[in-house]
Design a protein around this ligand. Sequence first.
Ligand code: TYD
Length: 217
Amino acid sequence: MSPALFVTFEGPEGAGKSTQIRLLLERLQERGLEALAVREPGGTPLGERVRELLLSTPGLAFDPRAEVLLFCAARAQLVATVIRPALAAGRIVLADRYVDSTQAYQGAGRGLDRQALANVLSFATGGLMPDLTFLLDLPTEVGLARKRSGSAEWNRLDQESVAYHRAVRRGFLELAAREPGRWQVLDAQRPADDLAREILDAVLQRLAARSERPGDA
Ligand code: TYD
C-alpha cells in the first residue's frame, strides 16, 4: 500500500489550480500511485447540490455565517464519505480548495472571526488537516482577468468587488506565513509546466519521507 497523503490546492480566482491538479494526478498515476482528485464545494451528491445553492442560484442572499455553514456542510460530507476512506486505503487525495478557502474568503474576505471559524472548520472536518498545501498566488486583477476570459463559470463570489478579492489574497498569504511547514507558495504566473514539475517534486519528496517513517502515515 502506498503511503496516504492529503494535498490541497488553494489560491484566488484564475490561479490555474484545476490545471495543476489534473497534471499532478496524471503524473502520479503514471508512476503507479493511487491518487484521486476532489473539488470544493462539491465532490459528493449532497455537496454538488450545496455548490449549486452557494454559487449558481440567482438572487439568493447569504448571511456570512449561513455561507460558512453551507461550505462546511458540503465539506463534512466530502471528508466523511470520500477523503477519509481514501486516506485510510492509502491513497493520495488532491483537493481543489479546503478549509483555508473558508478562512480566506469568509474570514479575511467577509471579516468573520478567525478563531470562531477555526472551531467550526474543525467540527466539520473532525480535525482533518492537509499534509501539504500549495498556494498558487497571483495579483488579484490578473487572476480576475484570466477567469473572465477563460471558459470557467463566472460564479456569485467572482462578482464580489476587487477589494474583496484583494483581502482574500492577503488572507491566503497570511495563512501560508503562519504555517510554513505545510504551505508552499508558488507564483501562479510561471509557465504551467514549470509549476507542475515543482509541485510533483514536492509531493514525491513528502511521499518518500512518509515511506521512511510509516508510523507517521
Ligand atoms: P469554483 O468555480 O470552483 O472556482 P475556483 O476554480 O476558483 O475554485 O468556485 C468556488 C468558489 O467558492 C470560489 O469563488 C471560492 C469560493 N469558496 C469560498 O468562498 N469558501 C470556501 O470554503 C470554498 C471551498 C470556496
